[in-house]
Design a protein around this ligand. Structure first.
Ligand code: AKB
Length: 338
């Protein structure tokens, strides 16, 4: 008998580490992690960690020969700024990596006659507003609006959402016997902020970077204009939304792709919150016009009413609680220890 497991790809990244902590606390199923980067040493005892590439077919076949995949959290991805420097590599990891894993989950679902749950984080990068006037006019975008990304990462996310829909609804639709299809569920995240890890390779990174630099008494030059506004969410709420979506009964799920969010801040408002807790912080604004243009194309806020209605989503942390109770105390403690 193969052991039933949860698989987390991209587990060494920000969301992965937070998700492992939460899943192992509730501990209902063993976890296998897969990442090209090593997991931090203090996490290794919690999971079975495989270090490798999601494109490695031999590794994936070994994985399914040993384990029965119950749920897959497919977090592995190159983020938006990084993807602009290496668009073809981004396509390989973000699209071909996802396609391979969807295919594996589809085969497993049919073979076991039980749908594998495939949980996929998408992003505000899937949206693309053409100019600042439109961004000001359409503040809280809904899932089907402005799906015109201007980054490789955004294109990759949007296409993978569609692949997920295909594999969960239409896979082998012309076969004589329809297969048991996988259960694909997707969240579009705003910019995420963790108290414990500094993001790398993203374009919403200026928020968390301001905070982590301030906590270390380092000056920070923000790469976007003061007035630019996007939605944000802290990591405990990101993990909460992933777990809620995973557990939601099938009949509550009315859409495949859901926005989730918590609060929306301009870069100047973000700076003000940082300064409230770190009054010595030196934050200046030195916009990088190219990265700025990417953030300008992202919505100022997300409409997450479908998630709220269908599976009772709501964040635990508004902006005040995020800074006062999660970010600032944990970040202070982390840098004091170092
Ligand atoms: C990025 O900046 O690329 C990510 C995202 C918004 O998905 N944080």
């Amino acid at each position: 008998m193969r052991k039933k497991v949860t698989l987390i790809t991209g587990a060494s990244g920000e969301i992965g580490q937070a998700l492992i902590k939460s899943l192992t606390k509730h501990g209902d199923m063993p976890i296998i992690t897969l990442d090209i980067a090593p997991l931090p040493a203090d996490m290794l005892h919690k999971v079975t960690a495989l270090q490798g590439d999601i494109m490695d077919k031999a590794l994936l076949s070994r994985l399914v020969s040993e384990y029965e995949l119950d749920t897959i959290y497919h977090l592995a991805a190159l983020l938006s700024t990084r993807s602009e420097f290496t668009p073809e590599a981004a396509h390989k990891v973000n699209v071909e990596g996802t396609l391979g894993l969807l295919n594996l989950a589809a085969e497993q679902s049919d073979w076991r006659h039980v749908p594998v749950k495939f949980i996929f984080p998408s992003s505000i990068a899937a949206y693309g507003l053409p100019d600042l006037e439109t961004k000001a006019a359409y503040t809280r975008v809904r899932e089907w609006e402005w799906n015109n990304p201007r980054t490789m990462y955004g294109c990759n996310k949007l296409y993978c959402e569609q692949l997920g829909i295909y594999y969960s609804k239409y896979y082998r639709q012309l076969a004589a016997d329809l297969p048991v299809m996988l259960d694909f569920r997707c969240l579009r995240f705003p910019g995420l902020i963790s108290a414990f890890t500094v993001p790398s390779g993203g374009t919403s990174d200026y928020g968390p970077e301001m905070l982590h630099y301030a906590a270390q008494n380092k000056p920070y030059a923000c790469f976007v204009r003061e007035d630019v506004r996007i939605p944000f969410m802290v990591m405990p709420d990101a993990v909460k939304s992933l777990l809620m979506l995973t557990k939601a009964p099938s009949d509550a799920i009315k859409h495949t792709v859901y926005n989730v969010t918590s609060f929306s801040l301009s870069a100047a408002e973000f700076r003000d919150w940082v300064i409230k807790f770190f009054p010595q912080a030196e934050i200046t604004f030195e916009p990088d016009l190219q990265r700025q243009a990417i953030v300008d194309s992202w919505p100022a806020d997300l409409d997450d009413s479908a998630a709220r209605r269908n599976w009772t989503w709501q964040p635990d942390y508004d902006v005040n609680r995020s800074f006062a109770e999660y970010l600032v105390p944990s970040i202070r403690k982390m840098y004091q220890k170092k």
